[in-house]
Design a protein around this ligand. Structure first.
Ligand SMILES: [Zn+2]
Length: 132
């Protein structure tokens, strides 16, 4: 009989984090290859994943777990109250960050991790339309 490996909570979280970083990297690489020169490490509210400074465009890649994607968020079985509250806070903060940036005349683009994973081309087109 095959034994299924049971991951600890921290192992599961580590997987989620790594995946998020991978898709963000895929987006960056493609944009860069297309000659779009974004910047990282911004000190803007919410620390966007990448920005186009002159055009005031801020891009976020939201992990399906941490940001409570309606398609992919799965409530962990343990500490469910804790996770529900935590994810809810993250979502509220996301909304506030978007609103704050928009009030500063920035254009905000938010991608779900799964959008990049499933259709990088469509995500790139969306960025191109705004940047162009
Ligand atoms: Zn998702």
């Amino acid at each position: 009989m095959r034994k299924k490996k049971i991951l600890t909570k921290s192992e599961q979280m580590a997987r989620v984090r790594t995946k998020g970083t991978d898709v963000e990297l895929a987006l960056r690489k493609k944009l860069w290859a297309l000659g779009l020169r974004y910047k990282l490490n911004s000190s803007l509210p919410g620390k966007p994943d990448l920005i186009f400074l002159k055009r005031k465009i801020a891009i976020f890649v939201d992990g399906c777990f941490w940001h409570g994607c309606p398609k992919h968020y799965r409530q962990p079985k343990n500490n469910d109250e804790f996770w529900r509250a935590k994810i809810q806070r993250n979502q509220e903060r996301d909304r506030l960050v978007t609103q704050t940036l928009e009030e500063m005349n920035w254009t905000v683009i938010r991608f779900w991790e799964h959008e990049i994973e499933n259709n990088l081309g469509a995500c790139i087109s969306r960025v191109m339309r705004v940047v162009a």
